[in-house]
Design a protein around this ligand. Structure first.
Ligand SMILES: Nc1ncnc2c1ncn2[C@@H]1O[C@H](COP(=O)(O)OP(=O)(O)OP(=O)(O)O)[C@@H](O)[C@H]1O
Ligand SMILES: [Mg+2]
Length: 239
C-alpha cells in the first residue's frame, strides 16, 4: 500500500499554558480531498498550523508521503510539496502578478516563472487582471488570488483554511469548482470549513473535531441524506 499523502498522529498542541489539541490523529490518502469540520475555536486552524509547520506540537508526529516532517520548518515543507492557503490575505498595493511572484520564495526563479504561468492558466480571470493592484480585486477574485498563490508553489498537498468565509454562494461555487479541478489533477487537498455544505460537496471524507480531537470520521457518502447526524456532528461538544 502506498504511504498516506499526509498523516498527523497523536498531536498535542498548546498556546502557552492553554492546550488546544489533545492527541489528534488523522490521515489523508494520495489524491483524496478531506475536510476538517467542527465548531468555532475547536482547533481546526491550529491543526492546519501544525501541519504546515507554523506551530510545533508538544508531542505527536506529522508525516508527508511517509517521511517524518514534524521538525521540518514551514518553508522547507513548501519545498517538499506542502502548501497552505489561509483566508483572504493578499498584499493590497502589489499587483496580482507581483503577489504571485513573491509566492515563489521557496523555489528558483525558473520554478517561480513556471509556477506563476501554471497558476494563471488555472485562473484566466486573474491573468486579465495581472497588473491591477490586489486591493482592487473583488472578494471572489481575491480568493482566487489566494488559491493561485499556493499554486505557484506547485504543491502535491494543499491545505485550505476557510475557503468560503464571507463570500457569496455563487463565488463559493466557482472556487469549489477550482478546488475540484486541482484535485482532479492529482493534488491532495485538506479543507478546513465552517460550512458543512461546502465540506460535504468537496470532500471524500470528513473529520469532525470536538474538544481538540477527532470525535467522528465519515465518508461524504455515509453522510448523504442524513442532515440530523451532520447537524449533531457539526455542533460537537456544544450541542
Ligand atoms: N495565537 C494564539 N494564542 C493563544 N490562543 C490561541 C491562538 N490562536 C488560537 N488560539 C485559541 O485556540 C483555540 C482554537 O483556535 P483555532 O483558531 O484553532 O480554532 P478554529 O477551530 O479554527 O475556530 P474557527 O472556526 O473560529 O476558525 C481557540 O480557543 C483560540 O482562542
Ligand atoms: Mg479557524
Amino acid at each position: 500500500m502506498p504511504a498516506d499523502a499526509l498523516t498527523a498522529t497523536s498531536i498535542h498542541c498548546s498556546y502557552g499554558a492553554v492546550q488546544v489539541l489533545f492527541g489528534l490523529t488523522m490521515r489523508v490518502a494520495p489524491g483524496e480531498t478531506v475536510a476538517v469540520c467542527g465548531p468555532n475555536g475547536v482547533g481546526k486552524s491550529t491543526l492546519l498550523r501544525v501541519l504546515s509547520g507554523l506551530l510545533r506540537p508538544s508531542s505527536g508526529t506529522v508525516e508527508l508521503a511517509g517521511a517524518d516532517i514534524t521538525r521540518v520548518p514551514a518553508v522547507r515543507r513548501v519545498r517538499l510539496g506542502l502548501s497552505t492557503v489561509v483566508g483572504q490575505a493578499a498584499f493590497g498595493s502589489l499587483s496580482v502578478l507581483d503577489n504571485l511572484r513573491i509566492h515563489g520564495y521557496a523555489g528558483s526563479r525558473t520554478d517561480t516563472r513556471h509556477g506563476v504561468d501554471a497558476a494563471l492558466a488555472v485562473f484566466p480571470r486573474l491573468a486579465q487582471r495581472a497588473h491591477q493592484p490586489a486591493s482592487t480585486l473583488s472578494g471572489g477574485e481575491r480568493q482566487m488570488l489566494v488559491l493561485a498563490k499556493a499554486l505557484v508553489q506547485r504543491p502535491t498537498v494543499l491545505l485550505i483554511d476557510e475557503l468560503s468565509l464571507g463570500l457569496a454562494p455563487i463565488v463559493v461555487g466557482g472556487l469549489m469548482e477550482m478546488v475540484r479541478r486541482l484535485n482532479a489533477t492529482g493534488m491532495t487537498v485538506v479543507v478546513v470549513e465552517q460550512s458543512v455544505n461546502v465540506a460535504l460537496a468537496l470532500a471524500d471524507r470528513l473529520y469532525f473535531l470536538e474538544k481538540g480531537t477527532v470525535a467522528a470520521e465519515h465518508t461524504a457518502a455515509e453522510l448523504a441524506g442524513r442532515p440530523e447526524l451532520v447537524r449533531s456532528l457539526m455542533l460537537g461538544g456544544q450541542a
